[in-house]
Each structure stands twice: as structure tokens, then as C-alpha cells.
Design a protein. Structure first.
Length: 339
């Protein structure tokens, strides 16, 4: 029998999650059945969508049940296999969640080649966040030569990839991040044309000055005061792919102030805006092979770079996740669970 340390949802948070909302357990894994493999977790991905899974509010996916292992993508090593497609020592992309070991169906795994790219990238630039950027930008944003794109949380795995893809397509990329170090990374490491600190007291004025010809594409993954500054600057026929609203994830009530929904609808009408929410899974069948081929090639050519924020130890996952929702991460946040 193999023991696994796992982190389960202990309570549903009201507002921001706290360490008390998580519970550590040790459990024995069942013997393998035909078609199953035994996995040892190497890396765990921490992503903003997990906050939504902690809530039982209506959403596009079922919530994590109380007492259930927190969901999450993982890179894992095969320790044993009763699936002919996998052998001991293989490295795979799984969805085994916040635990040190797991039993999974072989049909749910994708084999990784450690010689082609660092295995942690399967959770970031070459994984769900990278594909979110690729599918949302190219299918909905549709950047054209000479256009202006704005994206917030721009040092994160989605925002960083969005900006660099826009540059590859000939657009001008404006990145928004929190703090001077992140802004410096946008300019010096990721090649954005302009980097703006959303914490600056005159942020809205800086943004207006940075986009003299307006904004053609706003990749929405944050919301909040960033969106408030962006929307008045959108050009006619601007496109807004919406993949997240992290500024609102910990909200426990309605936002303060007047109802601005009618004026927002009016702007959609008068500017002929295209605003579309999406979940990356809707594009997987059509686009995923192209995504892996193209983005892998652009990484090899140095046209796409990525930032990683690696936290050591599964026991640090709850605090790291809480920090992610507060913007404390610097790049794609992953937990290194084992060597």
C-alpha cells in the first residue's frame, strides 16, 4: 500500500480563503485496477480558478465537495502501471490535485517528454494557462498588425503569453502589473512595449497617455479598477476576451457604488464592442495540437519567454494559493512537491 498526503477542502471561505479552509490528511491508496497507474506528484499547479471551485455558487464546473481533495493539474512520475500505454518512470500531465500520490486512469493522462521542455512548463506556458492565452487571443481577440492590446496580470502565465503572442502578430502590447519589479520584467524580459503599475495613484492617466490611438483588444482576466480605466478607452469594434475576474473572486457581496450596468451596455452598443467570455476547454479539440506546435517553436526561437514562481513543499500550497489571489506571485505559480 502507498500512503498519500493530501489537502482537502475543510470549509467554504467567505471572502478571502484562510489556512483554516484547508485540512491535511494522510490516506492509503487502493490497489491498481486494469487501466490505472500509480502517480507520484512532482509539481502542482496553483491557479485562480480554484477559488471558484471552493464555492458552491453556480459556475461552469462542479465545486469541490467538503472533505474532497482540492483540484489541480499536476506533473507526476509513474510509479506503477496497469495501463499498456504507460511504464514506470514515465512523466505525465495529470489532474490529480493537491496530493503527494494518486491513482489515476491512464486515459486521463498525457505523456510528457522532459527532453523537449522543462516539465513544469506543462502547467504554465505549455499548459492550461498558455492555451487560455492562445485560444482566447487568437479566436476572440484576433490581433491585427498595428493594433494596440492591453492585458493585466501581465507577468502571470496567461497575461505574459497574451502580450508576447500579440507582439508576434504585429500588435503593440501594453502590460499592467503590480509593482516596479514586475513592470521591469515586462519590459526587460518579456518584451512588452509599455509596462504600467496599477498601484500607481495616477494609473488611469498613465494608461490614457500610453494608448493615444485607443485600445483595440483588452484581454480581461482581472476586472476591478483596471477594467474601469480600460473601458472608456476602447475603440470602435474593440474585442474583449474574458477569461477571469480575479479582482472579484474573494468578494462576499455586491460592489459598492451606483449600478453602472446600463452605461456599460450603452458603451457596447455605441462602440460596437465584442465581449465574449470563454473557457479554454471549448477550443481544445480544434486548437490544442496547433498550440503545442506553435508555442513550443516560439519558445525554442526565444520569441516567447516565461516566468515561474516555484514554492517548495506541498505543505506550503495553501499559503501560496492565498498569496496568488492577492497578487504576491511573480510568474506562473507551481508547488514543487518532489524531485
Amino acid at each position: 500500500m502507498v500512503e498519500s498526503t493530501r489537502i482537502v477542502l475543510a470549509s467554504r471561505p467567505v471572502g478571502a480563503p484562510t489556512p483554516a479552509d484547508f485540512r491535511f490528511e494522510t490516506t492509503e491508496l487502493p490497489p491498481l485496477e486494469d487501466g490505472q497507474v500509480l502517480l507520484r506528484t512532482l509539481y502542482l499547479s496553483l491557479d485562480p480558478y480554484m477559488r471558484g471551485r471552493m464555492s458552491d455558487a453556480e459556475s461552469y464546473a462542479k465545486p469541490v465537495e467538503l472533505g474532497q481533495v482540492m483540484v489541480g493539474a499536476t506533473v507526476a512520475e509513474v510509479l506503477d502501471s496497469r495501463d499498456s500505454g504507460f511504464a514506470k518512470g514515465d512523466v505525465v500531465l495529470a489532474y490529480s490535485g493537491w496530493q503527494s500520490a494518486a491513482v489515476a486512469s491512464g486515459s486521463s493522462l498525457r505523456k510528457l517528454d522532459p527532453d523537449k521542455a522543462p516539465i513544469s512548463t506543462a502547467l504554465g506556458v505549455l499548459g492550461m494557462p498558455g492555451f487560455t492565452a492562445y485560444s482566447g487571443l487568437l479566436q476572440i481577440g484576433q490581433p491585427q498588425e498595428g493594433e494596440t492590446l492591453v492585458v493585466a496580470a501581465a507577468t502571470g502565465p496567461v497575461g505574459a503569453t497574451v502580450g508576447q503572442l500579440a507582439k508576434i502578430k504585429g500588435a503593440r502590447a501594453i502590460g499592467i502589473a503590480g509593482g516596479p519589479k514586475k513592470c521591469a520584467a515586462l519590459r526587460d524580459e518579456l518584451g512588452f512595449d509599455v509596462a504600467l503599475d496599477h498601484r500607481a495613484p495616477d494609473f488611469a492617466d498613465q494608461l490614457r497617455a500610453a494608448v493615444p490611438d485607443g485600445i483595440d483588444i483588452y484581454f480581461e482576466n482581472v476586472g476591478g479598477h483596471v477594467a474601469d480605466a480600460v473601458y472608456p478607452l476602447l475603440n470602435t469594434y474593440a474585442r474583449v476576451p474574458v477569461c477571469g475576474m480575479i479582482a472579484n473572486y474573494n468578494a462576499s457581496g455586491k460592489p459598492a457604488g451606483p449600478d453602472r450596468f446600463p452605461s456599460f451596455y450603452g458603451r457596447i452598443l455605441t462602440k460596437s464592442l465584442t465581449i465574449r467570455g470563454f473557457i479554454q476547454t471549448e477550443f481544445v479539440r480544434e486548437l490544442y495540437p496547433d498550440f503545442l506546435r506553435e508555442v513550443s517553436g516560439w519558445i525554442a526561437e526565444g520569441r516567447i519567454r516565461y516566468l515561474e514562481d516555484v514554492v517548495e513543499g506541498l505543505d506550503n500550497a495553501p499559503e501560496a494559493f492565498i498569496g496568488l489571489l492577492e497578487g504576491r506571485n511573480f510568474g506562473k505559480l507551481v508547488v514543487k512537491v518532489a524531485d
